[in-house]
Design a protein around this ligand. Sequence first.
Ligand SMILES: Cc1ncc(COP(=O)(O)O)c(C=O)c1O
Length: 492
Amino acid sequence: MPAVMHIDRSADTPIYRQIAEQFKEEIASGRMPAGARLPTVRHLAAQLGVTRLTIQNAYAELQSSGWIEATVGRGTFVSSQVQVRPRWASAGPVATPAAVMGDILEMGQAQGMRSMASASPDPALFPADEFWDCLAEQRQAVMAVAGYAPAQGDPGLRVEVADLLRDRGIDVTPDEILITSGVTQGLALLAQSLAQPGDTILAESPTYVGFLHQIRTYGLRPVGVPLDEEGPVLEAVEQQVARQRIRFFYTIPTFQNPTGYCMSPARRAQLLDLAGRYGFYLVEDDLYGCVAYDKPAPATLWSMDQHDQVIYLSSFSKTLMPGLRLGYMIAPRPLREQLVSLRLAADLGSPLLLQRTLAAFLHRGGFRKHLRRILPICRERRDVTLRTLETSMPREVTWTEPQGGLCCWLTFPDSPGLRDIYRRALERGWAFAPGHVFLPQPDETPHLRLCFGSLPPESLRRGIITLGQIVRERMAVDSGEPAPAVDWTPLV
Ligand SMILES: Cc1ncc(COP(=O)(O)O)c(C=O)c1O
């Protein structure tokens, strides 16, 4: 166990969580390897001067998240599943988008790793009981859900999605909606229907790594336009579209991944105007549109569009769970028919059982209730993230201040020691997403994407404090100063 355990009785963080976090730190750093024995509840309670219930709660939390395992009569041990410093493909000299994406997905499951790399909701917040009730209901109609669904999507689910879309100012009939296997599949269908290998696609820089990976796989060429806090810089967009034929502009206007930026209403109107003048589609990825913390998100590009220039996509991956693989898109009519045909060719359609379950959950109002519950929790996590960055990063580091979504984008000074900051953090058992994979045309400036949705506040604090320590150490090495002593800062 940690040589010294720090307990701060005045902190907001409950004591059992403080204790659990310090065990995680020990395990992730390798100081407590798989199989190491934890002290007995009685012993640790007496040593720390806390109740046995506090220790039991700490151990219960560690056990439920897979860090430790208990065997009756033998004791409590670090889980045999814990792998410290596994060989991540993305930790090699060239971290490709595919390697980074593959690792991010695996890190979410890896024991002994704490990840702020994935822009995912916290599985602990999933409304399991309500959702499972809806799943159980399908048993009564097992014959009906046993077959294939229409390729466009279950009509009942499309009715519910049309209803939900009104919250985003989108007024469509169920017929206009195409259910997809997440936004990812919608984007793949668009890449196939709107472009040919060698074509140019415009995107924000930085943008969602999965999109860049996807279109490169289709042989398309992404070209980036810079972003400022109000959205894509329009002069740069115009320069590109005047110079060459682009097939579409992929944009995440609302709480963008990875920056968290939200495009201003004026910029949205100007972008629509530009798309009209030069005749290109805007592909609006609204995945984070309903994750607004401070004020309602601005109107979608789709709802402002008068000329069928916008194709709209979203899914339940950032609000319910990515594993559902259920999303939806709206496209102008002739294109929609082509997309349904491509969808049919791809996989015939999404699982009917899950579509009906989700439709029942939406019909009962489960989704809106869930959002009302999780938004304040995620807002607090955003706040803790920004406060901790403020107190733990050197002043040369900058970051975005998202008003929604799950991502924050950090920019470090271009100092050689910071170029491998991603790998340095991995060595300490913390995963962030390395910034270069989000850039259509990578440069040397070190960036990290930090996602704050999937960890509780005390874990976020600890991770950001550790990151701050690594940054200071690396900057000291670069400037020839002695590296500051590593201080395993107690929870604050
Ligand atoms: C902007 C953006 N679009 C699409 C996706 C993938 O979404 P889905 O799970 O719906 O395929 C992500 C996932 O992180 C994302 O951030």
